[in-house]
Design a protein around this ligand. Structure first.
Ligand code: ADP
Length: 201
């Protein structure tokens, strides 16, 4: 099962990606997490990505697409994957489609987590993550950067919703409510039950 999770910053993609991927038995692949790991590991990729990330801008497509291709070529992604945070531009979506086609593969479904902007700003400004055992605010969760990331989302990523809708792949999921409720809506859209098996209805 090859699935893309789409949605603005703060929609709960990371949380849902972990849970849904575990149910489906596929790896959750988060481009944001891979970039952050490279930044803290001070790799060349991390150095290239850091300036963009700190500004709340997208890392250039060429860097991002090459990184995702490498990740999808790893053995654990052969039987399926759940992508979180990729694609984020139409160009990335087109390149993903091409790379999959080269492998004789295609996406099963794109789940768009839908949350209104007021709620997003509220969630992001209160969000804390654990780093070295401490609860800290991510640099790019500072209010000015949050506003910019939402603008980048509207301009560059939101058009993917129409792109995937016209391919007949899109399911919009109401992402307001308890985590488990949102998961249940997502699994229903994928046509699987709680254990990740195809559901009868
Ligand atoms: P969020 O969904 O909360 O914005 P992510 O962890 O997905 O956070 O991404 C953090 C940052 O990593 C983004 O603001 C961007 O700079 C970079 N990034 C992640 N995924 C991509 C992508 N597909 N293309 C370009 N940049 C990306």
């Amino acid at each position: 099962m090859r699935v893309v999770l789409l949605g603005p910053p703060g929609a709960g993609k990371g949380t849902q990606a972990q849970i849904i991927a575990a149910r489906l038995g596929v790896p959750a692949i988060s481009t944001g997490d891979i970039f952050r790991a490279n930044v803290s590991g001070q790799t060349e990729l991390g150095q290239q990505a850091k300036t963009y990330m700190d500004a709340g801008d997208l890392v250039p497509d060429a860097i991002t697409v090459a990184m995702v291709k490498d990740r999808l070529a790893e053995p654990d992604a052969k039987g399926g994957f759940l992508l979180d945070g990729f694609p984020r531009t139409i160009a990335q979506a087109e390149q993903l489609r091409e790379s999959l086609a080269d492998l004789g593969q295609e996406l099963r479904r794109v789940l768009e987590l839908v949350v209104d902007e007021e709620e997003l700003v509220r969630r992001l400004s209160g969000r804390r993550v654990v780093v070295d055992g401490q609860m800290v605010q991510r640099d790019d969760d500072k209010p000015e950067t949050v506003r910019h990331r939402l603008q980048v989302y509207r301009e560059q990523t939101a058009p993917l919703s129409g792109f995937y809708e016209s391919e007949g792949l899109l399911s919009r999921i109401d992402a307001i409510g308890e985590v488990e409720e949102v998961t249940a809506r997502a699994l229903k859209a994928l046509g699987v039950d709680d254990a990740g098996q195809p559901s009868s209805d």
